[in-house]
Design a binder for this molecule. Sequence first.
Ligand SMILES: *Cc1c(COP(=O)(O)O)cnc(C)c1O
Length: 418
Amino acid sequence: MRFVSTRGKAPALGFSEAILAGLAPDGGLYVPETFPRILGTSGTLVDTAIAVLAPYLAGDPLAPSLKAIVESAFTFPAPLRWLGPTLGILELVHGPTAAFKDFGARFLAECVCRLPLPPNPVVLVATSGDTGGAVASAFHGRPGIDVVVLFPKGRVSPLQEHQLTCWGGNVRAFAVRGSFDDCQRLVKQAFSDRRLREKRTLLSANSISLGRLLPQQAYFAHAAMEWKARTGRAPGFVVPTGNLGNAVAALYAREMGFPIGKVAFALNENTTLLEYSQTGNYVPAPSLPTLANAMDVGAPSNIERLQHLFPDLKGLQAATEAVSSYDEALRKEIQSFSDRYAEAICPHTAAGFAAVPKLPPGDWIVAATAHAGKFREIVEPILGRPLSLPESLRALLQKPTECKEIGIRYDDLTAVLK
Ligand SMILES: *Cc1c(COP(=O)(O)O)cnc(C)c1O
């Protein structure tokens, strides 16, 4: 399988080359040249992941290792639970950092570590919270690869900050005295700095990486087949959406022929995608802070993949829905979900459930994207009770942290990369 740039002006690459490249040289994102069709698979999530990914890796140097990669990456489940005859929840929160990003980050790390690496590799990532923790956890202790994580000082939750700064060894986290946009700008500048890249090989691990995107198809495919086997109907997925990495993976699984109805983007007050899906006009906006901070995105980084998949508005509207819910609705949903099911959900997952009544009737599975405990400063006061943390998070909280601050000048970043 070859991967082409969304802008069509870069040579096609194989899977390994595409993950080492990150962005295509024409500034576009790599997308599969065609979508393999799969009529069905059976077995465990790992079996499904292998079947889904095999055609994408066909002919690639990593192809013979696919089984080992998936088995090492997907070491925790993605249970589908039934909340009612037409409503389900797909729990993507059982990984080491309790967010869905563990699936993609761990798959990417397993791939990268099996490739012959150029000299002095460093994974450089900017995070608004969950990505950095998942990437740090996935790459921690890997010989020969450094990880540098930039996060905006004071703007991630205390638990997220702990999760970014507790690793040591080959992982260093820096609190940038600025916003997430400053962090992202520094990272982009580093990736376009030829002189720096002569000394250090920079590797990207943000959601534009195919090494994160493609494996995410597996849990959507697996859950869709399970739902179909039980009900005879194809479910839609409600995906709490920020940079569109997870939702595009669901749409890719749908392209592959898995029984998936529509994919609904559940949004917060950042409504760029809502307008886009209503009018076809893409108007990026500065991001607004909300309770669901991992979705505070005004210019989704995977938008070109969505546009490439659906070049016209009709096609987009036939396959997707978009619903946005403001903070007040998220608070209400956290409370009413707890009243109905005696369980806590995180603010992102709440955006998913808040969207359901506004969607066309049908079978919907909501993706739970993070464990509620990860956002306990928000969820506990709403529910008025303490939340228990999953074992993996409790273990992380025992580890001491170490964090340095840097400013927002590019020199501040190059000084730590040298
Ligand atoms: C990253 C994240 C999202 C948004 O996912 P995208 O792939 O960026 O659309 C939603 N919820 C949580 C908890 C996240 O960490």
